[in-house]
Ligand binder design. Structure first.
Ligand code: B12
Length: 214
């Protein structure tokens, strides 16, 4: 039964059917599937919607509906990503989607999984300016700064944030973890980031690695 749920989930997200997505996610939770497996089943639906949008087969309303369906499923899953609920924080992360970028479903998943893993997460939300990231780094003194960029046009936000960190003499005080569909390992290396992950489980592993490397 569970495999069938996972197969149907991709289609439900792609079709922007949020009721069916929520129903299938609930069935998956009841069947004892891991939240990350359920997310991994929904993500190809969102990716395919993006592909169809770029080829002109989907228009903005369909893109929005796919995003809403994915988000509805993720919101149901977040309370189930609680980990061992240990009150002790293993490290602090400030995270946000960069300036000009309102995509946040992936970032929200990462924030939830990092919290579940014992990190204290300060989520600055979407469309976060370099100034706002740097102000938060000064105030919160996190171990890790997470920058999410989901469009080629918003990669500039990552670069400007890195430049401002250097200018404010903060670059060696925080590890910078980067991700989102517009970001690639070679890019991260080129602009001097400390870590990259292409999915949420990878992000938790990278965050732990960066903590250990301090
Ligand atoms: C849903 C969606 C939307 C929704 C967003 C809803 C929301 N609340 O986020 C809406 C409809 C609002 C939207 C709007 C737009 N979108 Co849009 N959108 C998508 C879509 C289909 C799916 C994104 C998603 O949620 N995926 C599911 C999540 C789980 O995956 P994810 O984001 O990749 O996150 C995973 C990893 O990347 C990683 N990760 C994510 N964040 C981070 C952060 C860190 C620190 C780390 C380590 C890892 C990490 O872990 C996550 C979990 O596995 C993508 C297609 C795609 N391939 O991504 C297009 C896409 C990103 N959008 C695109 C575009 C063009 C737009 C618009 C400009 C459309 C328009 N004409 O208005 C606007 C821009 C708005 C803006 N200013 O930001 C393009 C970008 C192309 C480009 N230039 O690079 C894409 C790629 C579609 C395409 N192929 O054309 N969009």
């Amino acid at each position: 039964m569970s495999n069938k749920v996972l197969e149907q989930l991709m289609e439900a997200v792609l079709n922007g059917d949020d009721d069916l997505t929520k129903e299938l996610v609930s069935q998956g939770i009841e069947a004892g599937l891991a939240p990350t497996d359920i997310i991994n089943a929904m993500s190809p639906g969102a990716r395919e919607a993006g592909k169809r949008f770029s080829t002109g087969e989907y228009f903005l309303p369909e893109l929005m509906m796919a995003g809403e369906a994915m988000n509805a499923g993720v919101q149901l899953l977040i309370p189930h990503m609680t980990g061992d609920a240990s009150p002790k924080s293993i490290g602090k992360v400030v995270i946000g989607s960069v300036e000009g970028d309102v995509h946040d479903i992936g970032k929200n998943i990462i924030s939830a999984l990092l919290r579940a893993d014992g990190f204290e997460v300060i989520d600055l939300g979407i469309d976060v300016t370099p100034d706002a990231f740097v102000t938060a780094v000064k105030k919160e003194q996190p171990n890790i700064l997470g920058l999410g960029s989901y469009m080629s046009t918003t990669l500039r936000g990552i670069e400007e944030t890195m430049d401002l960190l250097v200018k404010e003499s903060l670059r060696d005080k925080v590890k910078v973890l980067m991700g989102g569909v517009a970001v690639f390992p070679q890019y991260v290396q080129r602009i001097g980031g400390d870590g990259f992950a292409e999915d949420a489980e990878g992000a938790v592993k990278e965050a732990r690695r960066l903590l250990g490397g301090e």
